[in-house]
Design a protein around this ligand. Structure first.
Ligand code: MG
Length: 220
């Protein structure tokens, strides 16, 4: 399967579905309850940024956090996909950052408002190169890491996910049909922290793929 040229087009114009609080220790560090069903939110395609371009800090935040996450790239469309067939819909993976304006998110949460400005701004979704499915034999047992200026900030394993990749594909596709090229961000392990202008972020899925991004302030 793994479809026509997906490594080239998947990151353009396709929706990004994100899962929040999918690691118990991260939910705890932000003082959130452990969810009984996945917490979902969206990023628009304009959130994508690739290596070589900077992550831009929006002017309205003073607390931009990194969240390193395993991204799942959908290779075959589906609606209400059963868990038993979920992996047939996966083309591959990507290393992703769910950049989050935490102060804005906290404000939204306290007012019961959507997280859009905290999560969906331009460059809020840095992504690595496409990783073919065969290079990650078990997405439920890979290590994710992230450094800021060569200091280790996040080091986790997808074995600690509350909801597995097949479960997420099945759950999400019950509400939102998945299309070829869509990306699912599967949540972050603990260790999130703030980044500043000029910081250098490096992250990896074990030694399968690595990426680096510089942080800049957005001019307007
Ligand atoms: Mg996240």
């Amino acid at each position: 399967m793994a479809s026509r040229n997906i490594s080239r087009f998947w990151e353009w114009g396709k929706k990004i579905i994100c899962v929040g609080r999918n690691y118990a220790n991260h939910a705890k560090e932000l003082k959130n309850a452990i969810p009984t069903q996945p917490v979902l939110f969206l990023k628009p395609p304009s959130a994508y940024v690739r290596e070589g371009s900077p992550i831009l800090v929006p002017a309205y935040t003073s607390e931009l956090h990194h969240e390193v996450e395993l991204g799942v790239v959908i290779g075959k469309a589906g609606t209400a996909i059963p868990q038993s067939a979920a992996m047939e819909h996966v083309a591959g993976y990507a290393l992703c950052l769910d950049m989050t304006a935490r102060d804005v998110q906290d404000d939204c949460k306290s007012k019961g408002l959507p997280w859009t400005l905290a999560k969906a701004f331009d460059t809020s979704c840095p992504v690595s190169e496409f990783v073919p499915k065969e290079r990650v034999p078990d997405p439920g047992n890979v290590k994710l890491w992230l450094t800021v200026n060569d200091q280790l900030r996040q080091s986790g394993c997808t074995s600690h996910m509350i909801f597995s990749v097949p479960y997420l594909i099945s759950y999400i596709s019950g509400f939102i049909s998945l299309e070829e090229g869509d990306l699912i961000l599967t949540g972050t392990p603990e260790g999130v922290s703030a980044v500043q202008e000029h910081d250098e972020l490096r992250a990896g899925i074990e030694d399968v793929v690595t990426m680096s991004f510089r942080v800049d302030r957005r001019e307007q």
